[in-house]
Design a protein around this ligand. Structure first.
Ligand SMILES: Cc1cc2nc3c(=O)[nH]c(=O)nc-3n(C[C@H](O)[C@H](O)[C@H](O)COP(=O)(O)O)c2cc1C
Length: 190
């Protein structure tokens, strides 16, 4: 469902959403996957620190099963039908050993750019923080200087009717957001 925006915005912003009904038979080509990772690679970051690191798993491979096992049960129930699961981890310290204070913000920007590229290429993305970070670091054998931040499911959207229970309800729910007047504390144009 298209977002009801007060002014026209970019098509991807208006139509992007985080679906859970995914078609398990659709794969993402190597070319698409590399383009999606490139989009993340070229995100801006504080001092160009680029703290993001990606663990890319394709449905059917060993890393996919491991990544899926880190997800909360509700997330597993639908994300098992995604074509790709990307665990985004961050390097929390800079090369000089000091703390990378902006790593969460920077990773969010990289994921945001990937989400745009994913939707631009006709797929859908669904971000998840409902996963076990300790288990993720363990099963993905992360170096100790990395900390897991988010898992992104990529897939092809399927019919909402294929879902059941709370997932089906959320899939069909209207898209809602706070009003601009609630989030713009000062300076909202009349
Ligand atoms: C950081 C982050 C974490 C999220 N974690 C989950 C999650 O664990 N499980 C889930 O089903 N959706 C998760 N979501 C999806 C949000 O619920 C969704 O983006 C929000 O309801 C707005 O819906 P929309 O993306 O379709 O506009 C997450 C989204 C973000 C950005």
């Amino acid at each position: 469902m298209r977002a009801e925006t007060s002014q026209p915005v970019h098509e991807i912003i208006a139509t992007r959403r985080s679906p859970r009904s995914l078609n398990p038979t659709v794969a993402v080509t190597d070319q698409d996957l590399i383009a999606i990772l490139e989009a993340g690679r070229w995100a801006p970051s504080a001092f160009n620190g680029q703290p993001w690191r990606f663990f890319v798993a394709r449905n059917g491979d060993d890393l996919f099963a491991k990544t899926l096992s880190t997800l909360a049960p509700f997330n597993q129930s639908w994300a098992k039908n995604s074509a790709v699961l990307i665990t985004v981890a961050a390097k929390t310290t800079k090369d000089d050993g000091s703390i990378h204070a902006d790593y969460q913000y920077d990773c969010g920007l990289a994921v945001s750019q990937m989400v745009f590229e994913i939707h631009h290429r006709g797929f859908v993305a669904h971000q998840m923080t409902g996963f076990d970070r300790t288990q993720s670091a363990e099963v993905l054998e992360m170096p100790t200087d990395l900390t897991p931040v988010v898992v992104v499911a990529i897939g092809k959207q399927d019919a909402p009717e294929k879902l059941e229970g709370p997932a089906a309800e959320r899939e069909l729910a209207p898209r809602v957001r706070k009003e601009l007047s609630e989030i713009v504390i000062a300076g909202l144009p009349k």
